[in-house]
Design a protein around this ligand. Structure first.
Ligand SMILES: O=C(O)CCC(=O)C(=O)O
Length: 286
């Protein structure tokens, strides 16, 4: 029986069950918030992901594309930061301390796309580290919308509950790759494992359009091959405590500066600490 059918705890919540959502994410490294977005907002976000990402897909011919500064290009997506039921959860995930936007992304994934290997978003701050290491050491939790819904057939997400702690061991029969970024089956070549359905403790995330998927920065996850027919559209955001002060950061890009400056007054406090994305920036040992 798949893990999601046998877990001895509840991991799906209504958006008003804020304390339960935070507790589940803290204890198990993930939670699903049912019906976070109304259908009209889901349709608007699908149109936004298409508007911003489709030109790249069309001009490059790639089958999947991740935009790592999506919010800077989508005022509609940015307006979510004024949606109180959503922000209530964002704040509670950060112990109700002052927060800032950490990062955002959108993914356009065509049917026929292959799997994405198991990985944790976290990475060590060992020089020379990159933008991802800075933004994924901030304690921020990912808040994702899979706007067509997801399951184990249509390029959905697979996760390993309880894999979000520093002392988590690789699944039985597997060993970690370098820096514990992924794992491989013992006896195989040490390359990140790409099968989602043969890993002990793993489960598919099954969600409908409008549901929000939360997971911690260390939670191991991967993506099933997309065997459906419809392009999978998704977008995600995360917030960190303002008190997180990275030791080194990149110069603010023009695009990030414009986004901050043009943000509506009710959103401004959430983006003044936004540092954007650093491209090929690397830290320097001092
Ligand atoms: O495509 C997805 O659902 C997840 C993507 C992901 O894990 C990543 O970009 O790190």
């Amino acid at each position: 029986m798949p893990a999601h059918a046998t877990l001895p705890y509840r991991f799906e919540f209504d958006k008003n069950e804020v304390r339960n959502i935070v507790e589940c994410n803290k204890q198990h490294g993930f939670a699903i918030v049912k019906g976070m977005l109304p259908p009209a907002m889901v349709e608007m976000l699908k149109a936004e992901v298409r508007r911003v990402l489709e030109p790249v897909i069309q001009s490059s011919g790639v089958i999947t594309y991740t935009h790592t500064q999506f919010i800077e290009c989508s005022p509609v997506y940015a307006s979510l930061m004024a949606y109180e039921p959503y922000m209530q959860i964002a704040r509670a995930l950060n112990d109700d301390e002052p927060i800032t936007l950490n990062r955002s992304a959108a993914i356009y994934k065509k049917a026929g796309c292959g799997p994405m290997a198991w990985h944790t978003d976290w990475g060590p701050l060992e020089h020379p580290y990159d933008t991802n290491a800075v933004l994924n050491n901030s304690g921020a939790n990912s808040m994702w919308f899979y706007l067509n819904g997801i399951d184990d057939v249509r390029g959905g997400l697979a996760i390993i509950p309880d894999s979000h702690t520093e002392d988590w061991n690789a699944p039985e029969g597997f060993a970690f790759t370098k820096h514990n970024k992924s794992f491989y089956r013992k006896g195989d070549a040490p390359a990140p494992h790409t099968r989602m359905d043969d890993v002990p403790g793993a489960m598919p995330v099954i969600a409908e359009p409008g549901d929000m998927i939360l997971f911690a920065e260390r939670t191991y996850h991967g993506v099933y091959p997309h065997l459906g027919t419809e392009t999978r559209l998704s977008c995600g955001m995360s917030f960190r405590k303002i008190s997180y002060k990275p030791e080194q950061v990149w110069p603010l890009t023009e695009s990030a500066r414009r986004f901050i400056d043009s943000s509506a007054p009710e959103i401004k406090p959430l983006v003044e600490g936004y540092i954007g994305m650093g491209g090929d920036w690397r830290s320097v040992a001092r």
